[in-house]
Design a protein around this ligand. Sequence first.
Ligand code: ATP
Length: 243
Amino acid sequence: MSVLELRDISVRYGGIVAVHGVSLTVETGEVVALLGANGAGKSSLLNGVAGLIRGTRGSVVLDGRDIGREAAYRRARAGLLQVPEGRAIVGSLTVEENLLLGAYTRRGRAARDASLRAAYDLFPVLRDRRDVGGAMLSGGEQQMLAVGRALAGAPRCVVMDEPSVGLSPLMIETVFARVRSMADTGVGILLAEQNVPASLAIADRVYVLQRGEVVRSGTATEIEADDAIMQAFLGVGANDVGS
Ligand code: ATP
């Protein structure tokens, strides 16, 4: 059974259809990349699935249960967590306080301590910076905190919206490697990105979104080897990948 299954998801803003009939699956332990240009509908899909856009239709099946009509906080409590675009960490709170916010659904001191430990083990730099205010962190550290905060919520599946934005190539590599490690612990990850090479480097499978619809899907290896898809849909020349 897939950890996350989206069936026929549509997202509308009034008369504008941003996502149309998207179906996809994420298995336990998988990184699934959702690739597409600016405006393809990636953010709309992720925000709709998280329960943040009223005009969303379709089934959001988490661990076999359709949570697609539940409030956003209930979806989070069920284990569907978000790393939102722009990170949305709280600048006036410390690193540890931000992580505790992520762990708010966990009951009891022992569970919360385990959550903090999991986030600090994934990103040891956060442990060193635990008492530093969120606003004082570098962009890379803020992104680590956003990912760590999701992990602190003991997720079954995490949807991430363009975590590479604003990071140096080296920092992208660091953060993405940790995202891969997080999946390897048994979390499903749906990663929306415009950075095709960085995503292909860690993804198991790929869905290509164009104008709100899935136009291609396959394993990361298949997509990467298909020059036509890479050039037509993703704007990447064959020589750009893996460099
Ligand atoms: P980006 O990389 O810029 O985030 P994206 O692939 O995530 O792009 P969306 O932001 O989901 O794409 O946008 C998909 C479409 O929905 C675009 O045509 C956009 O103009 C439209 N759209 C997004 N948000 C709104 C909104 N709040 N109201 C109306 N239309 C919107």
